[in-house]
Design a protein around this ligand. Structure first.
Ligand SMILES: [Zn+2]
Ligand SMILES: [Zn+2]
Length: 342
């Protein structure tokens, strides 16, 4: 073991929409192969390199502890040190994205073991939080924690529209509700996901397969005295969501873009509206240590208040990983769970 590294036995890894994009070849212009996929991981500490006696917030670390960890940001580039945007790190090494031919090889969750690099922030998973949920929240929830931080949080009684009812949309819904939003309107499909959004704090859901874009706008206007939402969160991953968000948000409102992936096709927007409506449009991808930490604390604090376990659908062994990804790709499942050592 190199100093500061940790060898982990993977307990749970969950499938992300990003895995589907990688698997389909959507990122073939920049993704180098071969890789071990999987970036939503919770594991048990097997061996600890010198100097890692504690996790990043000071909890004592021992073999057998369950941990979650961040990507390995270099902490030594312009983006890490000057811009203070580690997720834009120029030399970051990301789990589920790194060449498996290169040391330390075990850089993905769909594997029996994973290697935590010394640069990774490490957080002990609270006892009350199951590994499956720690994995399932590690990508989508931490991203929402980061996104809400970037837009200055949600003020008491604000109206928030969430576009999308996948994991990012659902976490956005419950975090907005917990932040004190007066109304959380979740737009998405299918119906089962919208039901879950209601259980996770949505005050109103709109099924986009049943309600036209014109009618969706009319409904949001009716719920906001004709002004529009204070905040619109794009968690849909569909380019058309962005022009719709510009219509749904009130003058002076905030738009948070988190769902659109690198391969999103161009859309036409009424660019002048950004100035004339005084809009603040913020985009983020992924997160860094404080967001992982807060995401786990959020889960722990709200574990008995919301049925978070309903996010996780079926459980798969490594042998059935393709089935799990196919199931995610077809939207049959919300968050398939992979248990490599099951
Ligand atoms: Zn860096
Ligand atoms: Zn992800």
């Amino acid at each position: 073991m190199i100093p500061g590294a940790i060898l982990v036995k993977v307990e749970s890894a969950t499938i992300c929409g990003t895995d589907v994009h990688q698997w389909r070849g959507d990122y073939s212009s920049f993704l180098r192969l071969p890789i071990i996929q999987g970036h939503e991981i919770a594991g048990q500490v097997i061996a600890i390199g010198k100097g890692r006696e504690q996790d990043t917030v000071g909890n004592r670390l021992a073999e057998g502890d369950r941990i979650s960890w961040t990507y390995a940001f270099c902490n030594n580039c312009y983006y890490c040190r000057v811009a203070r945007e580690p997720t834009l790190c120029e030399r970051g090494r990301m789990y589920g994205w790194s060449l498996s031919e290169e040391f330390p090889h075990l850089m993905g969750g769909y594997s029996e073991y994973a290697y935590v690099l010394p640069e990774c922030g490490v957080i002990k998973i609270p006892d009350a939080v199951p590994s499956s949920l720690a994995a399932a929240s590690s990508c989508s929830l931490r991203t929402v924690v980061h996104g809400l931080e970037r837009i200055g949080g949600i003020a008491t009684q604000e109206t928030v529209v969430v576009q999308g009812a996948g994991p990012v949309g659902l976490w956005s819904t419950v975090m907005a509700a917990e932040a004190g939003a007066g109304q959380v309107i979740t737009i998405g499909a299918p119906a089962a996901r919208l039901e879950l959004a209601s259980e996770w704090g949505a005050t109103k859901t709109i099924d986009l397969t049943q309600v036209s874009e014109t009618d969706r706008l009319a409904m949001v206007m009716e719920l906001t005295h004709g002004r529009g939402a204070d905040v619109v969160i794009e968690a849909a991953g569909v380019p058309a969501a962005l022009p719709e968000a510009i219509g749904l948000v009130r003058r002076g409102g905030r738009i948070l873009v988190m769902g659109l992936a690198a391969n999103a096709s161009p859309v036409t927007i009424a660019a002048g509206v950004i100035a004339t409506k005084h809009l603040r449009v913020t985009g983020i991808v992924s997160a860094y240590f404080p967001h992982y930490h807060r995401a786990l604390l959020f889960l722990k604090s709200n574990l008995h208040k919301y049925p978070f376990h309903k996010l996780i659908s079926n459980t798969y062994s490594l042998d059935h990983i393709t089935e799990a990804i196919e199931s995610m790709a077809s939207m049959r499942e919300l968050k398939p769970l992979v248990v490599p050592n099951g």
